[in-house]
Design a protein around this ligand. Structure first.
Ligand code: PHE
Ligand code: ZN
Length: 881
């Protein structure tokens, strides 16, 4: 474990490397406990670098076993080697030279899952961000690029497969039952995109012919016997390849594209050039074991990693501060892909729900940071929802400002100008400025200012002059290290709705720039006046969530209901329903502890039930509309002194009222939406299942027996309905025979399927209320629990901490204590996993005082621990600051 050094890395300190790397040639002799790595690196001194400047290579827990310059051993006096650094002096002043470094590493005992490790007998690497330096000494930074030649030697029987990046060069038998394979990747790349996989796996094969006629071999490797479960991933891959050609004019550039699914992985997946490595959760699917959400995630992540081939690999990042350059952009691309493959409005609703739940929460707490941070202590901690999801929203705003064609022009210029480069956010934005002529200097504040802007809205209509005035004010809250902020350029899509629901085109606007349906808020406060408006309009603002902001707008329930009924933008209709519901849920959370009856606004109930019953609307949309704000959404809206038990009880009471009023419709839909014919994972079928599940949830709140859910469990022919029925049983009727029997039946049926068993753990980890803690403790002792497997740890402990507000936030603090114990136990083995789990407590200051104090105690116990990884130390210190 790399323990904390407290060192801060700053964007302002960036300078290019002193030595240019021309070629990288690696030979691996694989052995579980002692793999030999020989790296032959050809360098030359960058022009202008003084002759006495040494070559410094990065390492992490390495021991040097051999070092040569141009094939001759180097005198001990000319270099200094420590586990994390190799310095070589007196190197040639000009002309290329070759350094050969030999190291031995131990993949079997690598529990961090960074560098070269073994999972279920398969050798696999993970190098982003700084894992390559755990393999050999190297200039491990994203702006050092070179072509790689890789030779892998390994026992043939246990490792029939020997894979690396690029195109296959050849292979054959070696000595002592070993064989070898050689790969060459002609595209210069930084070390974080290196990958090696070796072992014995099954394969699914296909081909894709690119627009210019090149045939690409496609291979997805999974454990033997799981091949049929990779079919959907393969289909998603081919659709991604076609879409990137069609939408962005980007073709694949090698003759082979490979994906390997592994069961121990810290993240979702990794875009190594030509050899993506995936958490198997995002590859494997069949109707019996995968939910519709799993299918959607597989499609999105397969696409995401594939799209990185251009946005990330062909054009990479100059340094890690530029991470959003590849991640935000690539998330935007995968969002657009999914929107094109599925229902655009429903996809957008899901994205915005996720953005608010995760990114808005991050931005409102102690871990808030800009989309492009300016300092970091541990880069692993910056693979955040701000860099990814807010980064994607910033890209989306550029597209909104420039229009679809303007955005494509800027992207074309970016690919043209920067292919092969390690680029910066400035380079990226300059392409859009240069291609459109639009000044984006104020817009760039989105990259540097953290915090979710709050836009306050007031409106006035004057019937005499037929003018409608819209006054806006923006406030960007203070965030760690940033107290005063500049006003930003906020693009707000809008429309003025007339009484009959149609759009009113205003005659003229003054007070600021309006282009088409986009209003540009650039001042701290600004008033727009629309003239020629014949009657008081209803303003629909921030349509499609064109800007990632909070709106403070006292819109009347009647106006919101009008938008919910009539807006031609389905997203805006959902947003209006959600804005109608949120104050009701907040009020309920306050009424319950005071013993006041919960009342639900009639406008809300009728708008919801009307939407529910409207068969012209796609079922997936109706399912979203009826899924009320989550408990953490309500907590965020309340904003402080939060009592999770009151929020939960209030929300339940609101659900029950809606369930009672809409009972007949829920029942009808539940019956009508019963599956007919064979399962298909397409979006329309998934939407029907989603709506049916929502109906079951409401019916379970209206009735007081487990029988309907038990029947749903017994009859389900797909995981989406099965897992939901089990959730309803365990969450609503926890100690009934029906629930206990279903739980046992699920475990028996999926005993040999780890991904399905993860669901079994998660469903139990989210049982509301105090008893969840004992359940989680018992499950940690279950023989099926595996503390070494990140997916299993996240399924039980992560889900408990992130997704069980009442259970985790017990007033006695035992939830926090459990998490703290787990973090301290996991940290020495897998710091990244530990640090990520800890972020579950990022909103602790918004809790009521008793809980907040208990949370602080648990965090204090973590900081006080004797040895912490850099990852956990960084998070916990920021959380306590
Ligand atoms: N770059 C990966 C992605 O988003 C994420 C990742 C980061 C994976 C670091 C592993 C380690 O596509
Ligand atoms: Zn990515």
């Amino acid at each position: 474990m790399r323990t904390d050094t407290g060192q801060v890395i700053r964007l302002a300190d960036y300078r290019p490397a002193d030595f240019v790397l021309e070629r990288t040639d690696l030979t691996f002799e694989l052995d579980p406990r002692s793999t030999k790595v020989e790296a032959r690196l050809i360098f030359h001194r960058r022009a202008g670098v003084a002759a006495d400047v040494p070559l410094v290579l990065d390492g992490d827990e390495l021991t040097l076993s051999g070092l040569m310059l141009d094939q001759t051993d180097i005198d001990a006096g000319r270099y200094t080697a420590t586990p994390d650094r190799l310095e070589i002096r007196d190197l040639p002043e000009d002309g290329p030279f070759e350094i050969t470094v030999t190291t031995y590493i131990d993949p079997e005992s690598n529990t961090q899952l960074m560098g070269l490790y073994r999972t279920n007998g398969v050798y696999c690497t993970q190098c982003e961000a700084e894992g390559f330096r755990r393999i050999t000494y190297f200039p491990d930074r994203p702006d050092v690029l070179s072509p790689f030649t890789i030779t892998i030697i390994a026992d043939k029987e246990t490792n029939p497969l020997l894979l690396s990046n690029g195109n296959f060069l050849g292979g054959g038998n070696y000595d002592e039952g070993r064989h070898f394979a050689a790969w060459f990747d002609p595209h210069p790349k930084p070390s974080y995109l290196f990958a090696l996989v070796a072992g014995d796996l099954g394969v699914v094969e296909d081909t894709f012919t690119t627009a210019s006629g090149n045939e690409v071999a496609l291979k997805i490797y999974v454990e033997h016997g799981k091949e049929p479960r990779a079919a959907y991933a393969m289909d998603a891959l081919k659709r991604s390849m076609a879409w990137d050609e069609e939408r962005f004019g980007r073709e694949y550039d090698l003759n082979i594209f490979q994906i390997v699914a592994v069961s121990d992985f810290n993240m979702g997946a990794m875009e190594n050039k030509g050899l993506n490595v995936f958490n198997d959760k995002y590859v494997l699917a069949d109707p019996e074991t995968a939910t519709d959400a799993d299918y959607a995630n597989i499609e999105a992540i397969i696409a995401h990693e594939y799209f990185h081939n251009w946005t990330g690999n062909r054009i990479t990042c100059r340094d890690w501060f530029q991470l959003c350059l590849k991640e935000g952009l690539t998330v935007y691309r995968d969002h657009e892909f999914s929107a094109d493959q599925r229902s655009r409005a429903v996809k957008r609703i899901a994205e915005v729900r996720h953005l608010k739940a995760e990114q808005f929460a991050e931005d409102a707490g102690p871990l808030a940071h800009p989309v492009r941070p300016e300092t970091y202590r541990e880069i692993n901690n910056f693979y955040t929802t701000t860099v990814y999801e807010k980064g994607s929203e910033v890209t989306r705003m550029i597209a909104t400002l420039l229009g679809e064609d303007g955005f494509r022009k800027g992207m074309d210029l970016y690919f043209d100008r920067h292919d092969g480069d390690a680029a910066t956010v400035e380079d990226f934005v300059a392409c859009f400025e240069d291609s459109s002529g639009r000044d984006l200097s104020q817009f760039k504040l989105w990259y540097s200012q953290a915090g979710t802007p709050l836009v306050t809205v007031s409106t006035a209509y004057d019937a005499v002059s037929q003018t409608f005035t819209l006054s806006l004010e923006q406030i960007i809250p203070a965030t760690p290290g940033q107290s005063a902020k500049q006003p930003m350029h906020i693009p707000l899509k809008f429309t003025l709705l007339g009484e009959n629901g149609g759009d009113i085109p205003p005659a003229a606007v003054s007070g600021g720039e309006v282009t088409g349906d986009v209003l540009h808020l650039t001042g701290r406060s600004q008033s727009f006046t629309f003239s020629g408006v014949p009657a008081r309009p209803v303003l629909s603002l921030n349509r499609g969530f064109s800007a990632p902001i909070n709106l403070s707008f006292d819109q009347s329930p009647a106006d919101l209901a009008h938008i919910a009924r009539h807006d031609s933008d389905l997203f805006a209709r959902w947003q209006a329903l959600s804005d109608l519901g949120l104050p009701v849920l907040v009020k309920a959370a306050k009424d319950v502890p005071e013993g006041r009856p919960v009342t639900v606004d009639g406008a809300l109930v009728s708008a919801l039930i009307e939407t529910l019953a409207d068969d012209r609307l796609e079922p997936a949309f109706r399912a979203q509309a009826l899924s009320l704000a989550s408990e953490s959404d309500i907590a965020r809206e309340i904003g402080g002194n939060n009592d999770p038990d009151a929020i939960h009880a209030g929300r339940d009471a609101v659900l029950k009222t809606i369930a009672d009023k809409g009972f007949a419709t829920f029942e009808r839909l539940y019956r009508e939406l019963a599956p007919k014919g064979e399962f298909t994972p397409d979006a329309a079928s998934a939407g029907r299942r989603a709506l049916r599940n929502v109906a079951l949830t409401y019916l379970s709140h209206a009735g007081d027996s487990a029988s309907l859910a038990a029947e749903a469990f017994a009859k389900a022919d797909n995981m989406t309905e099965l897992a939901h029925a089990l959730t309803v049983l365990i969450h609503r009727f926890p100690d009934t025979d029906a629930a206990l029997n279903a739980l046992a039946a699920f475990a028996t049926r999926f005993d040999s399927n780890p991904l399905a068993l993860d669901k079994w753990f998660s469903i139990q980890a989210t049982v509301p209320g105090e008893t969840a803690l004992e359940r989680v403790e018992a499950l940690m002792k279950d023989p099926r629990f595996n503390a070494q497997n990140p997916n299993r740890v996240r399924a039980l402990i992560g889900t408990f901490a992130f997704a069980n507000p009442t259970g985790f936030n017990r007033p006695d603090g035992k939830g926090y204590a459990l998490l703290a114990d787990q973090i301290l136990a996991i940290d020495p083995k897998n710091p990244q996993l530990a640090a990520r789990l800890l972020t579950a407590m990022r909103s602790w200051r918004a809790l009521e005082p008793v809980r907040a104090e208990a949370a602080k105690t648990a965090l204090g116990r973590i900081t006080g621990a004797r040895q912490l990884s850099a990852d956990v130390a960084d998070i916990v210190e920021r959380m306590l600051k």
